[in-house]
Design a protein around this ligand. Structure first.
Ligand SMILES: Nc1ncnc2c1ncn2[C@@H]1O[C@H](COP(=O)(O)OP(=O)(O)O)[C@@H](O)[C@H]1O
Ligand SMILES: [Mg+2]
Length: 401
Protein backbone atom coordinates (compact mmCIF):
# COMPACT_ATOMS: atom_id res chain seq x y z
CA UNK A 1 0.00 0.00 0.00
CA UNK A 2 1.25 3.40 -0.96
CA UNK A 3 1.89 5.83 1.91
CA UNK A 4 1.70 3.01 4.42
CA UNK A 5 4.63 4.40 6.39
CA UNK A 6 2.69 7.61 7.05
CA UNK A 7 -0.47 5.71 7.92
CA UNK A 8 1.58 3.75 10.44
CA UNK A 9 2.85 6.98 12.00
CA UNK A 10 -0.72 8.26 12.23
CA UNK A 11 -1.82 5.10 14.01
CA UNK A 12 1.10 5.34 16.39
CA UNK A 13 0.32 8.97 17.24
CA UNK A 14 -3.36 8.14 17.67
CA UNK A 15 -2.64 5.28 20.04
CA UNK A 16 -0.30 7.43 22.09
CA UNK A 17 -2.98 10.12 22.25
CA UNK A 18 -0.43 12.59 20.91
CA UNK A 19 -2.55 15.17 19.16
CA UNK A 20 0.35 17.24 17.90
CA UNK A 21 2.12 14.28 16.25
CA UNK A 22 -1.21 13.10 14.88
CA UNK A 23 -1.94 16.43 13.20
CA UNK A 24 1.59 16.52 11.80
CA UNK A 25 1.34 13.03 10.29
CA UNK A 26 -2.09 13.70 8.83
CA UNK A 27 -0.64 16.82 7.22
CA UNK A 28 2.17 14.69 5.77
CA UNK A 29 -0.29 12.21 4.32
CA UNK A 30 -2.34 14.99 2.81
CA UNK A 31 0.75 16.52 1.18
CA UNK A 32 1.80 13.17 -0.29
CA UNK A 33 -1.65 12.48 -1.71
CA UNK A 34 -1.68 15.88 -3.33
CA UNK A 35 1.79 15.40 -4.75
CA UNK A 36 0.90 12.03 -6.27
CA UNK A 37 -2.13 13.57 -7.94
CA UNK A 38 -4.78 12.12 -5.66
CA UNK A 39 -6.57 15.46 -5.22
CA UNK A 40 -9.83 13.76 -4.28
CA UNK A 41 -8.39 11.98 -1.26
CA UNK A 42 -6.55 15.13 -0.15
CA UNK A 43 -9.87 17.00 -0.28
CA UNK A 44 -11.50 14.25 1.80
CA UNK A 45 -8.86 14.76 4.49
CA UNK A 46 -9.55 18.51 4.45
CA UNK A 47 -13.24 17.84 4.90
CA UNK A 48 -12.65 15.44 7.78
CA UNK A 49 -10.38 17.89 9.55
CA UNK A 50 -12.83 20.73 9.03
CA UNK A 51 -15.83 18.82 10.41
CA UNK A 52 -13.70 17.66 13.35
CA UNK A 53 -12.81 21.22 14.30
CA UNK A 54 -16.41 22.28 13.90
CA UNK A 55 -17.77 19.59 16.21
CA UNK A 56 -14.94 20.28 18.59
CA UNK A 57 -16.07 23.90 18.79
CA UNK A 58 -19.60 22.77 19.44
CA UNK A 59 -18.87 20.10 21.96
CA UNK A 60 -15.85 19.44 24.13
CA UNK A 61 -14.23 16.16 23.28
CA UNK A 62 -13.87 13.14 25.46
CA UNK A 63 -10.47 12.50 26.96
CA UNK A 64 -9.14 9.00 26.50
CA UNK A 65 -7.96 7.78 29.85
CA UNK A 66 -5.92 4.67 29.39
CA UNK A 67 -6.59 1.54 31.39
CA UNK A 68 -3.17 1.66 32.89
CA UNK A 69 -3.76 5.07 34.42
CA UNK A 70 -7.06 4.33 36.08
CA UNK A 71 -7.02 0.92 37.60
CA UNK A 72 -9.97 -1.27 38.31
CA UNK A 73 -12.74 -3.42 37.00
CA UNK A 74 -15.43 -2.02 34.76
CA UNK A 75 -18.58 -0.87 36.59
CA UNK A 76 -21.85 -1.97 35.04
CA UNK A 77 -25.44 -0.97 35.79
CA UNK A 78 -25.74 -4.35 37.52
CA UNK A 79 -23.00 -3.64 40.05
CA UNK A 80 -24.46 -3.22 43.53
CA UNK A 81 -23.16 -0.24 45.49
CA UNK A 82 -22.04 -0.86 49.08
CA UNK A 83 -24.61 -0.47 51.88
CA UNK A 84 -24.72 0.83 55.41
CA UNK A 85 -24.84 -2.34 57.46
CA UNK A 86 -27.29 -1.01 60.05
CA UNK A 87 -29.78 0.81 57.84
CA UNK A 88 -29.26 -0.88 54.47
CA UNK A 89 -28.95 2.55 52.82
CA UNK A 90 -26.71 2.84 49.75
CA UNK A 91 -23.39 4.51 50.47
CA UNK A 92 -23.16 5.96 46.96
CA UNK A 93 -24.98 6.27 43.68
CA UNK A 94 -23.48 5.36 40.30
CA UNK A 95 -24.04 7.34 37.13
CA UNK A 96 -22.99 6.34 33.62
CA UNK A 97 -22.59 8.79 30.74
CA UNK A 98 -23.46 8.07 27.12
CA UNK A 99 -22.58 11.60 26.08
CA UNK A 100 -20.77 14.61 27.48
CA UNK A 101 -22.72 16.12 30.41
CA UNK A 102 -23.39 19.91 30.20
CA UNK A 103 -20.30 21.99 30.77
CA UNK A 104 -20.26 24.55 33.57
CA UNK A 105 -20.28 28.16 32.48
CA UNK A 106 -17.57 29.76 34.57
CA UNK A 107 -15.20 32.67 34.59
CA UNK A 108 -12.03 32.24 32.51
CA UNK A 109 -9.74 31.45 35.47
CA UNK A 110 -11.94 28.57 36.60
CA UNK A 111 -12.34 27.30 33.06
CA UNK A 112 -8.57 27.25 32.65
CA UNK A 113 -8.17 25.17 35.78
CA UNK A 114 -10.81 22.65 34.69
CA UNK A 115 -9.49 22.39 31.14
CA UNK A 116 -5.96 22.22 32.57
CA UNK A 117 -6.81 19.11 34.57
CA UNK A 118 -8.33 17.53 31.46
CA UNK A 119 -5.27 18.49 29.42
CA UNK A 120 -3.11 16.66 31.96
CA UNK A 121 -5.12 13.50 31.36
CA UNK A 122 -4.97 14.00 27.60
CA UNK A 123 -1.19 14.23 27.78
CA UNK A 124 -0.64 11.79 30.61
CA UNK A 125 2.24 10.06 28.85
CA UNK A 126 4.09 13.34 28.35
CA UNK A 127 3.69 14.01 32.07
CA UNK A 128 4.93 10.55 32.98
CA UNK A 129 8.00 11.08 30.79
CA UNK A 130 9.07 13.75 33.27
CA UNK A 131 8.06 11.67 36.25
CA UNK A 132 4.77 13.31 37.22
CA UNK A 133 1.18 12.12 37.20
CA UNK A 134 -1.96 13.95 36.12
CA UNK A 135 -4.03 15.51 38.90
CA UNK A 136 -5.93 12.84 40.73
CA UNK A 137 -7.61 14.87 43.45
CA UNK A 138 -9.61 18.02 43.10
CA UNK A 139 -11.42 20.11 45.67
CA UNK A 140 -14.22 22.31 44.37
CA UNK A 141 -15.59 24.93 46.74
CA UNK A 142 -17.96 27.85 46.50
CA UNK A 143 -21.49 29.01 47.30
CA UNK A 144 -24.54 26.80 46.69
CA UNK A 145 -25.87 26.67 43.14
CA UNK A 146 -22.62 27.77 41.51
CA UNK A 147 -22.24 24.64 39.37
CA UNK A 148 -19.93 22.48 41.49
CA UNK A 149 -21.83 19.22 41.12
CA UNK A 150 -22.38 20.06 37.47
CA UNK A 151 -18.62 20.45 37.02
CA UNK A 152 -17.95 17.05 38.57
CA UNK A 153 -20.48 15.38 36.26
CA UNK A 154 -18.95 17.14 33.28
CA UNK A 155 -15.46 16.01 34.23
CA UNK A 156 -16.56 12.39 34.67
CA UNK A 157 -18.26 12.38 31.28
CA UNK A 158 -15.25 13.98 29.61
CA UNK A 159 -12.96 11.39 31.17
CA UNK A 160 -15.34 8.62 30.12
CA UNK A 161 -15.61 7.34 33.69
CA UNK A 162 -18.73 6.47 35.66
CA UNK A 163 -19.40 8.87 38.53
CA UNK A 164 -19.63 7.39 41.96
CA UNK A 165 -21.29 9.95 44.21
CA UNK A 166 -21.20 9.59 47.96
CA UNK A 167 -23.63 11.74 49.84
CA UNK A 168 -21.63 12.40 52.93
CA UNK A 169 -24.65 12.72 55.17
CA UNK A 170 -25.57 9.21 54.03
CA UNK A 171 -22.25 7.87 55.29
CA UNK A 172 -22.68 9.37 58.72
CA UNK A 173 -24.23 6.93 61.10
CA UNK A 174 -25.51 7.43 64.61
CA UNK A 175 -23.96 4.09 65.52
CA UNK A 176 -20.57 4.47 67.05
CA UNK A 177 -17.83 3.31 64.68
CA UNK A 178 -20.14 2.78 61.73
CA UNK A 179 -19.29 6.06 60.01
CA UNK A 180 -15.62 5.14 59.83
CA UNK A 181 -16.51 1.69 58.55
CA UNK A 182 -18.83 3.18 55.91
CA UNK A 183 -16.01 5.40 54.69
CA UNK A 184 -13.64 2.48 54.49
CA UNK A 185 -16.21 0.40 52.57
CA UNK A 186 -16.93 3.24 50.20
CA UNK A 187 -13.26 3.72 49.32
CA UNK A 188 -12.70 0.01 49.00
CA UNK A 189 -15.53 -0.12 46.45
CA UNK A 190 -14.27 2.98 44.59
CA UNK A 191 -10.74 1.59 44.41
CA UNK A 192 -11.94 -1.71 43.07
CA UNK A 193 -13.62 -0.15 40.01
CA UNK A 194 -12.50 2.35 37.37
CA UNK A 195 -14.51 5.43 38.31
CA UNK A 196 -14.44 9.02 39.42
CA UNK A 197 -15.24 9.22 43.13
CA UNK A 198 -17.24 12.30 44.12
CA UNK A 199 -17.48 13.25 47.77
CA UNK A 200 -20.31 15.76 47.66
CA UNK A 201 -21.16 17.96 50.64
CA UNK A 202 -17.76 17.04 51.93
CA UNK A 203 -17.79 19.46 54.83
CA UNK A 204 -20.33 17.25 56.62
CA UNK A 205 -17.49 14.93 57.48
CA UNK A 206 -14.34 16.92 57.24
CA UNK A 207 -15.27 19.28 60.07
CA UNK A 208 -12.44 20.76 62.00
CA UNK A 209 -11.07 18.02 64.13
CA UNK A 210 -11.12 19.96 67.36
CA UNK A 211 -14.86 20.38 67.51
CA UNK A 212 -15.16 20.06 71.33
CA UNK A 213 -18.57 18.40 71.13
CA UNK A 214 -17.68 15.26 69.25
CA UNK A 215 -13.97 14.88 69.78
CA UNK A 216 -13.57 11.09 69.86
CA UNK A 217 -15.81 10.07 67.00
CA UNK A 218 -14.98 12.95 64.66
CA UNK A 219 -11.28 12.40 65.15
CA UNK A 220 -11.59 8.77 64.22
CA UNK A 221 -13.74 9.62 61.21
CA UNK A 222 -11.37 12.29 59.92
CA UNK A 223 -8.39 10.01 60.38
CA UNK A 224 -10.08 7.23 58.42
CA UNK A 225 -10.89 9.73 55.72
CA UNK A 226 -7.30 11.01 55.52
CA UNK A 227 -5.89 7.50 55.32
CA UNK A 228 -8.33 6.53 52.61
CA UNK A 229 -7.67 9.68 50.60
CA UNK A 230 -3.93 9.04 50.71
CA UNK A 231 -4.34 5.44 49.72
CA UNK A 232 -6.74 6.22 46.87
CA UNK A 233 -4.05 8.13 45.00
CA UNK A 234 -2.78 4.87 43.51
CA UNK A 235 -6.18 3.97 42.10
CA UNK A 236 -8.35 6.68 40.64
CA UNK A 237 -9.61 10.23 40.57
CA UNK A 238 -11.35 11.87 43.51
CA UNK A 239 -13.33 15.11 43.61
CA UNK A 240 -14.59 16.62 46.84
CA UNK A 241 -17.12 19.43 46.95
CA UNK A 242 -17.95 21.80 49.75
CA UNK A 243 -20.00 24.95 50.25
CA UNK A 244 -18.14 25.72 53.45
CA UNK A 245 -14.43 25.61 52.79
CA UNK A 246 -13.76 27.25 56.16
CA UNK A 247 -15.13 24.21 57.96
CA UNK A 248 -12.57 21.95 56.35
CA UNK A 249 -9.78 20.58 58.39
CA UNK A 250 -6.47 21.96 57.02
CA UNK A 251 -5.08 18.42 56.88
CA UNK A 252 -7.95 17.46 54.59
CA UNK A 253 -7.45 20.55 52.46
CA UNK A 254 -3.82 19.63 51.86
CA UNK A 255 -4.80 16.21 50.51
CA UNK A 256 -6.13 17.78 47.31
CA UNK A 257 -3.66 18.64 44.58
CA UNK A 258 -5.87 21.19 42.87
CA UNK A 259 -8.43 23.50 44.42
CA UNK A 260 -11.02 25.31 42.38
CA UNK A 261 -13.21 28.09 43.68
CA UNK A 262 -16.42 28.60 41.73
CA UNK A 263 -17.97 31.86 42.81
CA UNK A 264 -20.78 33.99 41.48
CA UNK A 265 -20.46 34.37 37.71
CA UNK A 266 -19.14 37.62 36.26
CA UNK A 267 -20.97 39.58 33.58
CA UNK A 268 -19.71 37.56 30.61
CA UNK A 269 -20.44 34.19 32.21
CA UNK A 270 -23.92 35.41 33.19
CA UNK A 271 -24.49 36.39 29.57
CA UNK A 272 -23.55 32.90 28.39
CA UNK A 273 -25.83 31.35 31.00
CA UNK A 274 -28.71 33.56 29.91
CA UNK A 275 -28.18 32.46 26.33
CA UNK A 276 -28.22 28.80 27.37
CA UNK A 277 -31.11 28.98 29.82
CA UNK A 278 -33.43 31.06 27.65
CA UNK A 279 -33.18 28.51 24.87
CA UNK A 280 -35.03 27.63 22.67
CA UNK A 281 -35.75 31.36 22.56
CA UNK A 282 -33.02 33.16 20.66
CA UNK A 283 -31.40 36.08 22.47
CA UNK A 284 -29.61 39.13 21.17
CA UNK A 285 -26.45 40.53 22.66
CA UNK A 286 -28.48 43.47 23.96
CA UNK A 287 -30.99 41.23 25.76
CA UNK A 288 -28.18 39.27 27.37
CA UNK A 289 -26.61 42.53 28.52
CA UNK A 290 -29.83 43.77 30.13
CA UNK A 291 -30.52 40.44 31.83
CA UNK A 292 -26.90 40.10 32.95
CA UNK A 293 -26.91 43.57 34.42
CA UNK A 294 -30.10 42.87 36.40
CA UNK A 295 -28.84 39.50 37.65
CA UNK A 296 -25.57 40.65 39.13
CA UNK A 297 -24.64 38.74 42.30
CA UNK A 298 -26.84 35.78 41.37
CA UNK A 299 -25.63 32.19 41.26
CA UNK A 300 -25.85 29.99 38.17
CA UNK A 301 -28.80 28.13 39.68
CA UNK A 302 -30.56 31.48 40.32
CA UNK A 303 -29.96 32.62 36.76
CA UNK A 304 -31.38 29.34 35.49
CA UNK A 305 -34.45 29.61 37.72
CA UNK A 306 -35.14 33.20 36.68
CA UNK A 307 -34.73 32.39 32.97
CA UNK A 308 -37.18 29.49 33.34
CA UNK A 309 -39.69 31.81 35.01
CA UNK A 310 -39.19 34.36 32.23
CA UNK A 311 -40.02 31.72 29.61
CA UNK A 312 -43.15 30.77 31.53
CA UNK A 313 -44.24 34.38 31.91
CA UNK A 314 -43.61 35.09 28.25
CA UNK A 315 -45.58 32.04 27.12
CA UNK A 316 -48.59 32.96 29.25
CA UNK A 317 -48.51 36.66 28.37
CA UNK A 318 -48.74 35.86 24.65
CA UNK A 319 -46.27 38.69 24.20
CA UNK A 320 -43.87 38.69 21.24
CA UNK A 321 -40.96 36.22 21.40
CA UNK A 322 -38.35 38.88 20.79
CA UNK A 323 -36.11 41.21 22.78
CA UNK A 324 -38.87 43.59 23.97
CA UNK A 325 -41.09 40.61 24.92
CA UNK A 326 -38.25 39.13 26.98
CA UNK A 327 -37.62 42.49 28.61
CA UNK A 328 -41.25 42.79 29.70
CA UNK A 329 -41.30 39.18 30.91
CA UNK A 330 -38.16 39.82 32.99
CA UNK A 331 -39.87 42.82 34.56
CA UNK A 332 -42.91 40.65 35.45
CA UNK A 333 -40.74 37.92 36.96
CA UNK A 334 -38.64 40.34 39.02
CA UNK A 335 -41.79 42.08 40.30
CA UNK A 336 -42.86 38.76 41.86
CA UNK A 337 -39.59 38.09 43.60
CA UNK A 338 -39.50 38.73 47.34
CA UNK A 339 -36.08 40.31 47.56
CA UNK A 340 -33.80 41.86 44.99
CA UNK A 341 -30.22 42.80 45.58
CA UNK A 342 -29.27 44.90 42.58
CA UNK A 343 -30.68 48.39 42.03
CA UNK A 344 -31.28 47.65 38.36
CA UNK A 345 -33.43 44.62 39.23
CA UNK A 346 -35.34 46.60 41.85
CA UNK A 347 -36.15 49.37 39.39
CA UNK A 348 -37.16 46.97 36.64
CA UNK A 349 -39.40 45.13 39.13
CA UNK A 350 -41.15 48.38 40.05
CA UNK A 351 -41.59 49.87 36.62
CA UNK A 352 -39.74 49.51 33.29
CA UNK A 353 -39.80 53.32 32.72
CA UNK A 354 -37.93 53.85 35.98
CA UNK A 355 -35.41 51.20 34.99
CA UNK A 356 -34.78 52.90 31.64
CA UNK A 357 -34.35 56.23 33.40
CA UNK A 358 -31.87 54.62 35.81
CA UNK A 359 -29.65 52.81 33.31
CA UNK A 360 -29.72 55.71 30.82
CA UNK A 361 -28.11 57.79 33.57
CA UNK A 362 -25.61 55.15 34.64
CA UNK A 363 -22.23 55.88 33.07
CA UNK A 364 -21.11 52.29 33.75
CA UNK A 365 -24.03 50.69 31.96
CA UNK A 366 -22.68 48.84 28.94
CA UNK A 367 -25.27 49.70 26.28
CA UNK A 368 -25.70 52.75 24.07
CA UNK A 369 -29.16 54.30 23.85
CA UNK A 370 -29.58 52.69 20.45
CA UNK A 371 -28.83 49.20 21.85
CA UNK A 372 -31.01 49.88 24.88
CA UNK A 373 -33.83 50.70 22.46
CA UNK A 374 -33.27 47.39 20.65
CA UNK A 375 -33.27 45.45 23.92
CA UNK A 376 -36.39 47.01 25.38
CA UNK A 377 -38.60 48.10 22.48
CA UNK A 378 -38.53 51.72 23.73
CA UNK A 379 -37.79 54.24 21.01
CA UNK A 380 -34.74 56.40 21.37
CA UNK A 381 -36.56 59.68 21.91
CA UNK A 382 -38.57 58.13 24.74
CA UNK A 383 -35.30 56.91 26.26
CA UNK A 384 -33.89 60.46 26.07
CA UNK A 385 -37.01 61.83 27.77
CA UNK A 386 -36.84 59.23 30.54
CA UNK A 387 -33.16 59.97 31.00
CA UNK A 388 -33.96 63.63 31.64
CA UNK A 389 -36.85 62.78 33.96
CA UNK A 390 -34.57 60.88 36.34
CA UNK A 391 -37.54 58.83 37.46
CA UNK A 392 -35.29 56.61 39.55
CA UNK A 393 -34.57 59.44 41.95
CA UNK A 394 -37.28 60.23 44.50
CA UNK A 395 -38.86 63.68 43.78
CA UNK A 396 -37.45 65.13 47.02
CA UNK A 397 -33.91 63.97 46.23
CA UNK A 398 -34.26 65.08 42.61
CA UNK A 399 -35.23 68.59 43.80
CA UNK A 400 -32.18 68.70 46.09
CA UNK A 401 -29.85 67.32 43.46
N1 LIG B 1 -21.75 27.63 36.43
C1 LIG B 1 -22.86 27.07 35.92
N2 LIG B 1 -22.96 26.80 34.61
C2 LIG B 1 -24.06 26.25 34.10
N3 LIG B 1 -25.13 25.91 34.83
C3 LIG B 1 -25.10 26.16 36.16
C4 LIG B 1 -23.97 26.75 36.77
N4 LIG B 1 -24.21 26.87 38.09
C5 LIG B 1 -25.42 26.36 38.29
N5 LIG B 1 -25.98 25.93 37.14
C6 LIG B 1 -27.32 25.33 37.01
O1 LIG B 1 -27.84 25.12 38.32
C7 LIG B 1 -27.98 23.73 38.62
C8 LIG B 1 -27.48 23.45 40.02
O2 LIG B 1 -26.07 23.58 40.06
P1 LIG B 1 -25.14 22.62 40.95
O3 LIG B 1 -24.00 22.18 40.12
O4 LIG B 1 -25.98 21.56 41.57
O5 LIG B 1 -24.66 23.63 42.06
P2 LIG B 1 -23.76 23.35 43.34
O6 LIG B 1 -23.34 21.92 43.31
O7 LIG B 1 -22.62 24.32 43.23
O8 LIG B 1 -24.62 23.68 44.52
C9 LIG B 1 -27.16 23.02 37.56
O9 LIG B 1 -27.68 21.76 37.28
C10 LIG B 1 -27.25 23.95 36.36
O10 LIG B 1 -28.44 23.73 35.65
MG1 LIG C 1 -23.96 20.41 44.61
Amino acid sequence: MEHFAVVQSIIRAGLAGDREAFDKQVGRLRARLEKTGDKKSAATIDRLLKSATETKDMQPSRVEVSRGQIRGERLTPETHPPLDRETGAQLCSIEFFDSIAPSPIVDPGVENTIEGVLAEWTNATALQDVGVEPTRSLLIFGPPGSGKTLTARHLASRLGLPLLTARIDGLISSFLGTTARNIANLFEFANRYACLLLLDEFDAIAKVRDDPQEIGEIKRVVNTLLQNLDNRRDYGITIAITNHDRLLDPAVWRRFETQVHIGEPELAARGAMIERFLQPLPTTKETREVFSHCLRGRSGADVERICTSVKRALALSRDTHDAPGLFRALSTVLSRMPSLESDAARFLATDPDTYISFVANDPDFGLTQKSLAAATGYNQSRISDLKKMKKHIAPQEAANA
